[in-house]
Structure formats: C-alpha cells, structure tokens
Write a protein that binds this ligand. Structure first.
Ligand SMILES: [Zn+2]
Length: 396
C-alpha cells in the first residue's frame, strides 16, 4: 500500500494541473469552473463564475451544472488535493477535458486574482427552501434568484389563486396582484386563495392574507384597480414575469400590447368548462396574443359576462402550470412554452400541444415598440363567442 502522500502523487500523475494564473486566463473562454469544497468553505469566497458542487455530490450533480461532457472543466478546492481526485472522477464519468487548479483557492488568492463572496441564504431560508436547494438546476443560487424576483399576477381569481399560493411558497420575493373585485361566495368553488371569512373583502387583501400565512417573507404589492391604458405601464414596470389569469378580453389585449413595449414575458392561461390552455408570450421571441387573435371581438358578438361555467379544479391545474412556467422563466431553466400552446381536456384527461407562430402581419408585434398605441377596449365583455375566439378563451 502506498502512503497517503504517495497515493496523491500517483493520482496527480494521471490528472493535468494548471496554476492559478493559467486559470485566470481561461475564465472568459467558455470553460466551466467547478468549486468542489464544502459549503462552509465557500462562504469566504469563490472564483468569479465558479459553480459550487461539493465533492460529496459531484457524481450526482455535475450533469446539472455541466451537461455537455465536451465542455472544458477546471476543478479547484482549497489547496489542490481534493480537486485532483475530483478531476479523476469527472474523467471517469466521461468528461473529456478536465484539469485541476494547483494550489487551490489559497494559491488563487495569494496570486492576487479576483474573487467574489457569494450571497447566501439565511439559515431560516436554507431550511424553508431546502427542497429547492437540493435540485441542481435551482440550488442556493437559484433560490436567491427567486427571492430577488418580482412576479405580477393579473387577477386573484381561479388561475391567480393556485399561482399565488405556489409562487409564494416557492419564495418569489415580490408578488404583485392586480384585481378590482370583492370576494363573493360563488368564487369559493375554485378560487382557493379566498375563504368564507373573507367574503366581502377586496380580493387583493384576501390574497395577501393567504400569501402571508404561507410565507411571511413575500412582499405583496396590491393594486385594487383595473388595468387601463393610463396605468398599465406604471403597474407592470419592474416585474420580471407576468402571470395572466384575467377573465376579460380588454385586459388581455391591453396587457399584450403593453408587455411588448415593456419587454416582459407573460404566462397566459385560460379556462372554459373542462378545457384549459397555457402558453408563454415572450416579446419578439415568440408569437404574441394578437398573433393568434389579432382584434377583439365586436361587442355584439360577445355574449354576457355571466355565462361561462368552469369545473372548479380546472383553474387549479392551469394556474399551477402557469406558476411552473413563471418559476422557470425567473430561473432561466428548461424549455418555456414559447410558441407552444399546451391544451388540457379534463374530461378526456388529455394534454395536447399546438405549435404557434409569429404572424409577420401581427397588428402589434410586427411593429416597433415605439409605434404601439394602447387602446382601452372597454366596449365588449368578458365572454367570447365560440364563433369569435376559441372555446377555452373564457372565465378565469
Ligand atoms: Zn404578435
């Protein structure tokens, strides 16, 4: 049996090492830098751009952090020994170009190279969000992104309810809620953010009570008003993602046009009876609402507002899908539903996906944002005619 130090030397013979100044020259060249120290050790600082994967989790998490095995990887630890073992492990996992930084973080600092002190979750946050932290695609860094994020909910109704509950639980830092309505008994069949004892309260207040009960750390911004061409840009400014759970067409059209100007992605959901759909309108990257529905229906074709029925559970499914898309957009992970519409049929228990394309003749997104004018479409009502729009475009 070789002695410990001799064993390290043998391993080092099999792994390429480069020194901190060589690593410093690589930091902008599409190289993945992986810190394999324990979490406590990284509190004092990390290399700029480094991903932290503690040695004990390397095998299970590296794919989430460096999915492409041909990406060049630089591994470091505190002094350059553990990183040699880690580099060997990665080579065995099929990573083609792995080097260890000699001397580790200590040598990096001694050489006067730049480093950053990571922001960290507080112990309470770490405990609350531990099931997020454990997912490589989220991790502590992702949870900090969620805590820094601002999401606006259009409507605290059927779709807004599950979205508000899950986004609050997920730790979205600021949740804006716009809704001018009062909680009514007939809402309770599906709008789970409200309760019997809050009937008669403004929906934004009732939603705030529910959100704070789940997660007091969330900042709630309330707008007990309707979106208009006058207030829309002021209200949506500063939000990273908008979850559209609105039940009326004027708001949908106005929101679409305003978010194109403001450059904010919208997670759109709609429901009718047993059917719902979800899509993401990402300004100028995919189709917008008006690529699909260029003009609002004329008032005479829009039936009364009170006609739409909906299975109470349906908005739970659709609103939860919307919350999922919002979290993905904040984190920048996965494939958002841009240019895709996911449709759900609760009776058939089927999901189908439709491709959607940008319309080069779209009345708004074919234009430059500076040319878009907002219109208050107050002349027509919430319920579309089946002849005018698709059946799921209805009550929320
Ligand atoms: Zn468009």
């Amino acid at each position: 049996m070789p002695s410990g130090s001799e064993f390290i030397r043998q391993i080092k013979d099999q792994v390429e090492e480069i020194d901190p100044s060589e690593v410093n020259e690589l930091t902008h060249e599409g190289v993945a830098i992986v810190d394999v120290r324990e979490s406590e050790e990284t509190e004092s600082g990390l290399l700029p751009g480094a991903k932290h994967v503690p040695r004990g989790y390397l095998e299970s998490r590296i794919e989430g952090v460096v999915p492409d095995r041909s990406t060049p990887v630089v591994i470091y630890c505190a002094s350059g020994n553990r990183s040699v073992y880690a580099a060997k492990t990665l080579a065995e996992l099929g990573y083609e170009d792995v080097v260890s930084m000699s001397g580790g973080f200590q040598a990096w600092k001694q050489n006067g190279h730049e480093w950053r002190v990571p922001r960290a979750l507080s112990p309470e946050q770490f405990e609350r969000y531990s099931r997020h932290v454990l997912i490589p695609e989220v991790g502590e860094e992702g949870q900090l992104k969620l805590l820094d994020s601002n999401v606006l909910l259009i409507g605290a109704g059927g779709l807004g309810s599950p979205a508000a509950v899950y986004l609050a639980a997920a730790g979205i830092g600021t949740l804006g809620i716009i809704d001018a309505d009062i909680v009514d008994v007939s809402n309770l069949q599906r709008q789970i953010v409200h309760t019997v004892d809050r009937v008669g309260q403004p929906k934004v207040d009732s939603a705030e009570t529910a959100i704070k009960a789940i997660n007091p750390g969330v900042t709630v911004k309330k707008y007990a008003e309707r979106l208009t061409s006058e207030n829309v840009l002021d209200i949506i400014a500063g939000y990273d993602v908008i979850v559209d759970g609105t039940d009326n067409f004027p708001t949908r059209y106005l929101l679409n046009d305003a978010t194109l100007v403001a450059g904010i992605p919208v997670v759109h959901g709609s429901i009718y009876q047993f059917e719902g759909s979800v899509t993401v309108y990402k300004p100028y990257e995919g189709p917008c609402y008006r690529c699909q529905y260029p003009e609002p229906p004329p008032p005479e074709l829009a039936p009364s507002c009170a006609e739409g029925g909906v299975l109470g559970i349906l908005p739970g499914v659709i609103g939860t899908l919307q919350a999922t898309e919002a979290v993905k957009l904040v984190l920048g992970i996965g494939d958002p539903l841009v240019g895709r519409q996911l449709r759900y049929d609760a009776l058939a228990m089927e999901f189908v996906e439709l491709k959607m394309h940008r319309d080069p003749e779209c009345p708004v997104c074919s234009k430059d944002p500076s040319e878009i004018e907002f219109i208050d479409y107050e002349q027509f009502c919430a319920m579309p005619s089946r002849a005018v729009a698709r059946p799921e475009e209805a009550v929320a």
